[in-house]
Design a protein around this ligand. Structure first.
Ligand code: ADP
Length: 501
């Protein structure tokens, strides 16, 4: 039997999972770690906590599985993306806490970057729209705010890494300074079309090339874990950022295969093959690099989805627990014409309206809490369609299947409505921990446990398939109502906005 150890380093916790050669989970261990918020909008983590929780959980997972390091064929790594660490090349000691992806301290740096006449090249080269999320502005902030750092970086005394790189460096006992294509693509310094660090971008942001890791294929050999960690060296052969790994773990290998993660937010992504298209809206992503080919996907985050269900539970007390939303939705025939646009913090892709605010519209005297619960679930599906429609339009690729994961996918009503409103099959796998599974698939391919993505498609197991049941007329009528509701919610924060609906 072959075994694969996956290290899934997430934003709030580190998880380690042991898989067998059938892609089945044998053991899992998870540990949360401390988050630091030194000022409003700032967010940090201790890089040593990250390494320590990864090592502790993975040792425990191996023990629980009863598997020795000698019997593990490969390690796969997947991680929170963009989070930035800089450390001393000699000692390996970080020069600052990790600056987490969601930290907003570099908003002003981003404004400066946008004001620079060279800024249009960012979207062309990286597929991204300039934002504080990506590593580039975080590196620049460290240079501008930590005494002597830029000089040390210029002298070649420092190394930079996203979390994958930081883990590989520590797991290989400082021997390997590398990242994979998917993580590199989230730094805003990587040319996703050419597949290399971009000299123009480095100059524009002010980053010396010497601190950057070597970029390796997501599926392939990165190095060996140091024997002192698990008792024997293990090859690291698969690395990808969390969303990329989830797409891989859903076996989305054909144009039009998509995944959608239903958590606090939703993250839909569609595989579009080897041609990067130009997306001004920042929907293009590099998916991974494998067999000398870069694959691309398109997607973005939908800000408020599962959190709207939490709002029903915690703020307006319409439900006692998330699962109740399903019973309530099914207890009524429709929403009685009610739409809920949960734009609590504006609307992201494809609407990009940060002045929009949440709105429940279409209320009449007969409307009950059940109708509102139903409208809340439906809003998750409608928002997903908004984004998928935009992706189809920009890419010219038609959605083939939507494979789902995340906490809210236990809700069958939601998934059936999703299939209906998209007019597309929705599939829920037996293992919804697809991020870890994707890293296992990658590492297994990298070491030869599996030979091809076709083999992975065969072991990917569907738990439940939802096929569209709604007639075309109803679907388009409902969706047209949603679009009108969105139009009404737009620009709410702007008192001068013309009401031109
Ligand atoms: P995250 O990883 O973003 O923290 P999870 O994948 O754990 O999120 O999913 C949790 C989210 O799913 C919560 O926002 C919750 O409201 C929602 N959720 C959980 N169960 C259900 C359900 N049965 N119906 C609808 N939403 C649900």
């Amino acid at each position: 039997m072959a075994y694969i150890l996956v290290l899934d380093q997430g934003t709030t916790s580190s998880r380690a999972t042991v898989y067998n050669e059938k892609g089945e989970k044998i053991a899992l261990e998870q540990q949360e770690f401390e988050q630091y918020y030194p000022k409003p909008g700032w967010w940090e983590q201790d890089p040593m906590d990250i390494v320590n929780t990864v090592i502790t959980t993975s040792k425990t997972a191996l023990k629980k599985a009863g598997v020795k390091a000698e019997d593990v064929d490969a390690v796969g790594i997947t991680n929170q993306r963009e989070t930035t660490v800089i450390w001393d090349k000699e000692t390996g000691v970080p020069v600052h806490n990790a600056i987490v992806w969601g930290c907003r301290r570099t908003a002003d740096i981003c404004k400066d970057l946008i004001a620079d006449t060279r800024s249009p090249m960012v979207n062309e080269k990286t597929g991204l729209v300039i934002d504080a999320t990506y590593s580039a502005s975080k590196i620049r902030w460290l240079f501008e705010n930590v005494e002597g750092l830029k000089e040390r970086a210029d002298k070649g005394e420092l190394l930079f890494g996203t979390i994958d790189t930081w883990l590989i460096y520590n797991l290989t006992n400082k021997k390997v300074h590398a990242t994979d294509y998917s993580n590199a693509s989230r730094t805003m310094l990587f040319n996703v079309k050419k597949g290399e660090w971009d000299k123009d971008l480095l100059e524009y942001v002010g980053v010396p090339e010497g601190i950057l890791p070597v970029v390796k294929p997501s599926v392939g050999y990165f190095g060996d874990t140091d024997a002192s960690i698990y008792g024997a060296p293990i090859k690291i052969t698969g690395v990808a950022g969390d969303q990329h790994a989830a797409l891989f773990g859903q076996a989305c290998f054909d144009d039009g295969d998509a995944k959608n993660t239903y958590g606090t937010s939703n993250v839909p992504m569609m595989y579009i093959g080897n041609n990067p298209i130009q997306s001004d809206k920042g929907l293009l992503s590099l998916a991974w690099e494998m067999d000398d080919e870069i694959s691309y996907c398109m997607g973005a985050s939908i800000l408020t989805t599962g959190s709207a269900v939490q709002w029903l539970r915690d703020k307006v007390h319409i439900i006692n627990n998330a699962a109740e939303s399903e019973e309530m939705a099914k207890s009524v025939e429709d929403t009685m014409g009610v739409y809920f646009v949960p734009a609590f913090s504006g609307l992201a892709a494809p609407h990009w309206d940060m002045d929009a605010r949440g709105m429940i519209i279409g209320l009449t005297a007969g409307v009950t809490d059940a109708h509102i619960a139903r409208a809340t679930l439906e809003s998750i599906a409608y928002q997903t369609r908004d984004l998928i429609d935009e992706i189809e339009k920009e890419s010219g690729v038609k959605l083939k299947v939507l494979k789902v994961d995340g906490g809210a996918t236990v809700n069958n009503y939601l998934l059936q409505f999703q299939a209906d409103i998209l007019n597309c099959v929705v599939e829920r796998p037996t293992d919804i921990e697809t991020t870890s599974l994707g890293a296992a698939y990658m590492a297994g391919l990298g070491v030869g446990v599996w030979k091809s993505t076709d083999e992975l498609k065969a072991i990917w197991k569907c738990d439940k398939r939802f096929t569209p049941q709604m007639d075309e007329e109803t679907r388009e009528e409902l969706y047209a109502g949603w679009k009108r509701a969105v139009a009404f919610s737009r620009g709410w924060l702007d008192p001068n906005k013309k009401l031109d609906y």
